[in-house]
Ligand binder design. Sequence first.
Ligand code: BGC
Length: 443
Amino acid sequence: MKEKHPFAPYVVFSSVIAALGAFLFGYHTAIISGAILFITEEFGLTFFQQEFLISSTLIGCVIGALSGGISDYFGRKRTLIYDAFIYLIATFLLFDAQSYGMLITGRIVVGFAIGIASVTVPLYIAEIAPAESRGRLVSLNQLLITIGILVSFWVAYIYAAQENWRTMFSFAMIPALVQLFCLLFISETPAWLLSKGKSKQAEKALHRLKMASPKAHLTPQEKKQNQPMRKKFKALLSPEVRAPVLIGIGISIFQQITGINTVIYYAPRVFQYAGFQSEESAILATVWVGVVNVVMTIVGLWLVDRIGRRPLVLIGVAGMTVCLAVLASSFMFEAKVGVLSVVAILAYIGFFAPGLGIVTWLIISEIYPLGIRGRAMSVATFFNWGANYVVSLTFLTLIQLLTIGGTYWLFTLICIGCFIFIWKKVPETKGKTFEQIQAFWQK
Ligand code: BGC
């Protein structure tokens, strides 16, 4: 019988605590869609002010993602602790906001925290996980993002009756406080400690995490690569790392320009285009988006170390392409309430979640050499948020220019491009140690 490799409960504990940063990522990105209605009433916001309030978070995310590379200097654990603090400060600013300026500040600061979390959480988990189950453990990142989104829909729904937007924001204090407290008990990653020459502490960490051998996590080659690259982002341009750096950027951009957040951020509006009359029914349909997202992420989590990253993401993108084509046609040809469009939207989410949802974050935590890992992830994540910003900002204009059907035809074409890119460029990393992945690039 094939031997199974169980992972230590402490590894699961540490991964879940780190992934609370991803929960807050999901929660804060989505809660605004519920809160904005009541904020608009209270502060009398114009359309432009609303749009800026929503997009200001993405500006914070872009800056935060670029700052995520600080974990190469401060360590992964310390960066997570700083980040939990920033989440708390931002939440307090939002809860207590007395003016539009304070709201904007709060949303930019929360975006900054999200940006840092989106780099550091998958990176941290990848470095403490055993190779055989790294896929599942890193996917906790995506699972908690989706749970965060779902919980935010639910909290918004509950507090909408009281028009209580402050509580919608402040709910996020609970997970942030729990995370901050529990972070004190998690271990720094052995790989980072070794890269800083702290071998005694690394030994201890390896022991606590029940990891087999430091060799698997830091090869002599990696140690060498680590030295001259320590200082600058410029190191990412050197020819030895060019391929993984470009692949990371490519998949991150494709994750966004295939249209996911036109559904996550604008779902009620898209459902209204699909023929839902009342806001209530459109919002209820949105809750289903959240549910499918979580359920299919769990399916992906179960599959990712079994069938591998490539099959999962290729099937996912192929499925998304078909759904987008169906959605685009249904907007063009269906007269009234589009059952077909609703099914297409839900199926699209169902293919995104285990595919581009899980695999993007996983791949960018796995493919880089240790010496540049933090910075390379940070750059890929910067492009992820940048592309997200561009899509979110242009979506409504695109609808005006191309109609909603035409816009989704555009996303269909981009999805085909994404499939070809992944097919040709993204390597399989299932079950491979970081050492083996590096050996692949050297070839
Ligand atoms: C993406 C987010 C998206 C979320 C939806 C994440 O992987 O980066 O932009 O909103 O998935 O579940």
